[in-house]
Design a protein around this ligand. Structure first.
Ligand SMILES: NC(=O)C1=CN([C@@H]2O[C@H](COP(=O)(O)OP(=O)(O)OC[C@H]3O[C@@H](n4cnc5c(N)ncnc54)[C@H](O)[C@@H]3O)[C@@H](O)[C@H]2O)C=CC1
Ligand SMILES: O=C(O)CCC(=O)C(=O)O
Length: 652
């Protein structure tokens, strides 16, 4: 799904609507080029290209960059910065050609996705830059800026095409150049200036501009930001503030995404590429801190150790969606999320194989007594013996929980020659030759290896205790790679010490450290033939990368399009792409008569409905309506004010 609308996706009706909603006041938009229209500074890049391979390249490029920064932040005068930079450049016309093609790929992301604005306001967009027309014109024209509206310096060349300086007759080559230039234009309009530098602010300060917007998508200069009427992280924000045609109904740079527990960088990139305001933390966050951090956050990404509790939700004033970058969702108050219309997504199978491989590895290691052998070897003790070491071939594996992981483990274990027995709370079809048992006890009485693969629902707390260990055969191997709280640890310790269990593999614990800097403690530490691992069943590069793509895709589909595919708590709806309409997303309490109320409001306002979708579960209903663009704010307000409304969003 394309993240943003392209120009061609804005049909005539939408453009007409946008025309109607324009303010009567004539506006001109004066836009800076370097680090605003493009992500980079043209002269810095020209230096990099021209000095490629030169012995002093690094120092000279740095010196030029420093001068750019000093000039932009107002530390030295503009003309001083420019003349010093030109003196350091050893560039010619060929380098400019290379620069142009480089800059075309470096147009600021929020500019590139808002071609509709440049098209609509072609007569009113002015590029005003202390850079050089030689490279600005071809790049700005990419978005339809008119050449006659581009004001910048021009290079001077010698006969061999080498840059020798700047045309000094151009007012932009000197101090206060932007002010002089705007003055000369005699613009009879409300002037909005957008830029990242001090000279952009000076237009407003001189009284020639009405508003100054510090543009921080590429570079944030505190000295400039503090002077601004508005600090805008993207062009989307500027367009939204001014009710101008744009590709995002609400600027993504104002939507905060909080990613915790070191989720894969692919996730960070997915949100940053779309312009969201992303905050990333390596560790989990405790309830008290999270209650503060969650304020203003629209999307949160967690793994298994951050608890989204009722108290956290009480503080979640803007939360739209939760992404669990794992399988389990027991750490999330799902009921609370549903009541608040917060969509929860997880990654139901991206790490399944990783857990299965670890379980197989641990079964082999434990049945061969490798942990105790290895420990002795590290102490210099050689004890070569076959006593109580076995093959897994022909042994009986018992699975408690026969879901995604249980089933895949069943297949792999059979391929290695094990016989599989399983018990699941739900009537599951056996895969391969696996044998379904009627109870956990039946499994425990039968097998040589017990492996837990149940989920973390509250009823599973302390599912396995003394009684269950007693039901197992003597000398069994026991694995818990599911959730720590499902096993009574003192009972497990007793079973290991008494020899009832011959060994155990434990990956999950009732109390796990929140970060890698916190200590781990457990009564299981130091016991013979026990493998302890720090909840890494799903922690492989492959699984984490897959999850890092999968979960953001679900979240972005929901945020951008309204689709709830894969949601664990909201009714699932897979929606078509939105074209030439506005989409209204209404989550409401699922009570009798609610649809009648919604439809009455549509009828009263004579709304032209282009598509309607409805799905419900026991608690909530999710209705999505695509409408023609000619509706009124009162219509939206009435929908929002239906007492049963939980959440209401509009997308275009
Ligand atoms: N150690 C790790 O890093 C990882 C741990 N996990 C844990 O593994 C669990 C299982 O994952 P999947 O197989 O993908 O989940 P799943 O939802 O596909 O399967 C769980 C199965 O357990 C069954 N079940 C639940 N309670 C039961 C009970 N008391 N008795 C019998 N059956 C019961 C369910 O009916 C279901 O079939 C996850 O919920 C998660 O807690 C998952 C991934 C990584
Ligand atoms: O990788 C994690 O943080 C959690 C893995 C897990 O337990 C799960 O996927 O449910």
């Amino acid at each position: 799904m394309p993240a943003f609308k392209t120009k061609s996706q804005f049909k005539t009706s939408e453009k007409n609507f946008l025309k109607v909603t324009e303010t009567a006041q004539k506006r001109k938009f004066i836009i800076d080029f370097d680090s605003t229209f493009t992500q980079v500074e043209g002269l810095d890049e020209l230096a990099r290209i021209a000095l490629k391979g030169a012995p002093n390249q690094t120092e000279t490029v740095k010196a030029i960059k420093d001068l750019t920064d000093q000039g932009m932040s107002g530390e030295i005068s503009f003309s001083e910065a420019l003349s010093k930079r030109l003196a350091l450049l050893s560039a010619n016309k060929t380098h400019i050609e290379e620069l142009i093609s480089f800059l075309k790929g470096k147009i600021s992301k929020s500019f590139a996705r808002n071609e509709v604005f440049f098209e609509h306001y072609a007569d009113d967009v002015i590029i005003l830059s202390s850079g050089f027309k030689d490279f600005i014109v071809p790049v700005a024209k990419e978005l339809g800026v008119k050449e006659e509206n581009i004001y910048a310096n021009t290079f001077e060349f010698d006969n061999d095409g080498n840059i020798t300086g700047a045309d000094q007759s151009n007012p932009l080559a000197g101090n206060g150049g932007k002010i002089k230039l705007v003055e000369s234009l005699n613009l009879d309009a409300e002037i909005h200036v957008i830029g990242d530098g001090f000279t952009d602010y000076e237009i407003k300060a001189s009284g020639l501009g009405h508003f100054f917007y510090a543009f921080t998508e590429n570079v944030a200069r505190p000295g400039v930001m503090e002077k601004a009427d508005h600090v805008v992280k993207s062009l989307d924000e500027f367009l939204w503030l001014n009710h101008l045609p744009r590709s995002q109904s609400y600027p993504k740079s104002r939507i905060k995404v909080l990613l915790l527990e070191n989720v894969h960088q692919a996730a960070v990139k997915a949100f940053e590429d779309e312009g969201f305001d992303v905050e990333f933390h390596k560790g989990a966050i405790g309830e008290a801190d999270l209650c503060e951090m969650i304020k203003g956050v629209s999307i949160i990404g967690i793994r298994s150790k951050t608890n989204i509790t009722p108290k956290v939700l009480e503080n979640a004033d803007k939360l739209i969606a939760v992404g669990a970058f794992c399988i389990g969702t027991n750490q999330i108050d799902l009921e609370g999320c549903t009541e608040r219309g917060i969509a929860v997504f997880n990654a139901p199978y991206s790490n399944t194989r990783s857990v299965v491989e670890l379980a197989i590895g641990e079964i082999i290691m434990l049945i061969r007594k490798i942990p105790s052998n290895s420990e002795r070897m590290h102490k210099g003790i050689w004890n070569k013996s076959a006593k109580n070491a076995y093959e897994i071939r022909g042994k009986k594996l018992g699975l408690i929980g026969y879901g995604h992981i249980g089933m895949q483990l069943s297949v792999v274990a059979e391929a290695l020659g094990m016989e599989v027995y399983f018990y699941d709370a739900v009537d599951r079809m056996p895969i391969g030759n696996a044998i379904k048992c009627k109870s956990m006890e039946e499994v425990f009485n039968t097998v040589d290896v017990v492996s837990l693969h149940i989920d973390g629902r509250p009823e599973n707390k302390k599912l396995i205790g003394k009684k269950e260990f007693d039901q197992m055969k003597d000398g069994v191997i026991f694995l818990n790679l599911a959730r720590g709280f499902v096993v009574e640890i003192p009972a497990l310790v007793d079973a290991l010490k008494s020899g009832k269990l011959a060994g155990a593999g434990v990956d999950v614990f009732p109390k796990e450290p929140r970060t890698n800097d916190d200590p781990f403690e457990s009564e299981l530490m130091g016991l013979e033939n026990v493998i302890l691992s720090p909840h890494v069943g799903g922690s492989t590069e492959e699984a984490q990368e897959m999850i890092g793509h999968y979960v953001p895709e679900r979240l972005l589909e929901y945020i951008n399009n309204g689709s709830t595919t894969g949601s664990v708590n909201l009714p699932e709806v897979q929606l078509p792409l939105l074209t030439d309409s506005h989409r209204l997303l209404h989550i409401h309490k699922n009570v009798p008569g609610i649809m009648a109320k919604i439809n009455t409001i549509f009828a009263k306002h004579n709304i032209n409905v282009r598509g309607q979708y409805l799905k419900t579960n026991e608690t909530v209903g999710y209705v999505i309506v695509d409408v023609a663009i000619s509706y009124t704010p009162e219509f939206l307000e009435e929908l929002r004010e239906i007492p049963e409304t939980i959440k209401f969003r509009k997308l275009f």
